[in-house]
Design a protein around this ligand. Structure first.
Ligand SMILES: *Cc1c(COP(=O)(O)O)cnc(C)c1O
Length: 350
């Protein structure tokens, strides 16, 4: 298999610097779910730490464990998917920051912390309208009161209040922010003193100052792909970090085969719609088969030629965001779907 994802860590460093400068004085949490949006957790953590990133958003405990191994004990690691009490116990053992979006989970966290004789760091999540998880506004008052009592017992420390917003419409986000403000005020009134309020992901963090609060959780833009809504990565001066190439394996009269296909994570709906970058210029993708794709030929096409499926618009290549938008989805859907069987390599600053 010749398909490769070339991970350009120089572009990654650049993106982090641009984003940190944009959001300061808020701190940047780098979100690394889905194996760092397909780029590889172990690969992106060391440069992020070197760049001064102090917070990693790990989504779940298995990802957090991988981050802890690479990052050491000083880095703050936030998880917000804690489906079992066993995972709560492991999260506490790994000294993670816990996103808590329901009252039962809060009790589990407190009970695990008591038995471990530690104080668990909790970020309470208010549901501001996405209805994924999060404490509903009508239940919030009771939960913050309960959290205050658990603090008094030294089982937990409520260090944060947070939510996740759609970032698809400014009006909806404004409504969500109003609920968030109310929730923060209620938490303070109950005697909690959360010093970390966080609401924004890539889009709101980059474009809407009043959404930044103390911490922003950024995934897509750090990797140079556009999230839903908002400006494009290119408009903000961000560069794609991942570049997917595959070699030509067969040459026919009007078409060639390249060895990356649907089984490697390319949506088959790209067939007939998008173009890729070949030594002969942009050529249409005719079809995406399970194990290979068929691309319109160019003069002189040869087995072993490299084709760029997505890469950097600055050098004329299609981007993951461009492919995604051609089929009505978002860039991160393209990069996170890439199979682990596609080797990741350092791009060597190319
Ligand atoms: C994925 C995710 C993010 C990052 O979103 P981007 O748009 O990729 O920056 C932030 N917060 C939560 C809770 C997420 O699940």
């Amino acid at each position: 298999m010749t398909a490769r994802l070339h991970v350009d860590l120089a572009a990654f460093d650049h993106n982090l610097a641009v984003l940190q400068e944009r959001v300061t004085p808020a701190e940047l949490m780098l979100v690394v779910k889905d194996d760092a949006y397909g780029h590889g957790v172990a690969r992106v953590i060391p440069p992020a730490l070197a760049q001064g990133v102090a917070w990693i958003g790990a989504f779940d405990v298995p990802t957090a464990r991988a981050v802890r191994e690479v990052a050491g004990s000083a880095t703050r690691i936030f998880v917000w998917m804690l489906p079992t009490k066993g995972e709560v116990a492991e999260a506490i053992a790994l000294d993670l920051d816990l996103g808590v979006g329901d009252a039962d989970l809060l009790e589990d966290v407190a009970s695990v912390a008591r038995s471990a004789a530690v104080v668990a760091r909790v970020h309470l999540k208010i549901d501001t309208g996405l209805h994924r998880n999060g404490i509903r506004p009508e239940a919030w008052e009771a939960v913050v009161q309960r959290a205050r009592r658990l603090e008094a017992e030294r089982a937990i420390d409520v260090v944060g209040v947070w939510s996740h917003i759609a970032e698809a419409s400014d009006d909806d986000d404004d409504d969500a922010r109003a609920l968030f403000e109310t929730a923060c005020a209620q938490a303070r009134a109950a005697g909690l003193t959360p010093s970390l309020r966080h609401l924004a992901a890539s889009s709101a963090a980059s474009t809407r100052g009043e959404f930044r609060y103390d911490l922003v959780r950024v995934g897509a833009f750090a990797y140079g792909v556009a999230p839903a809504g908002g400006p494009t990565a290119g408009e903000l001066g961000l560069r794609p970090v991942g570049r997917l190439t595959a070699s030509v394996t067969e040459v026919h009269d009007v078409a060639v085969r390249i060895d990356v296909g649907a089984a490697h994570g390319l949506p088959s709906t790209l067939g007939g719609i998008v173009t890729v970058s070949t030594p002969g210029g942009r050529r249409r993708v005719i079809r995406i088969d399970p194990l290979h794709s068929v691309v319109a030929a160019w003069a002189g096409a040869t087995v072993g030629d490299d084709v760029v499926v997505y890469g950097d618009h600055v050098i004329g290549e299609p981007t993951a965001t461009e492919l995604a938008e051609a089929i009505g989805t978002i860039g991160e859907e393209i990069v996170t779907r890439l199979s682990p069987r596609v080797a990741r390599t350092d791009a060597g600053g190319a």
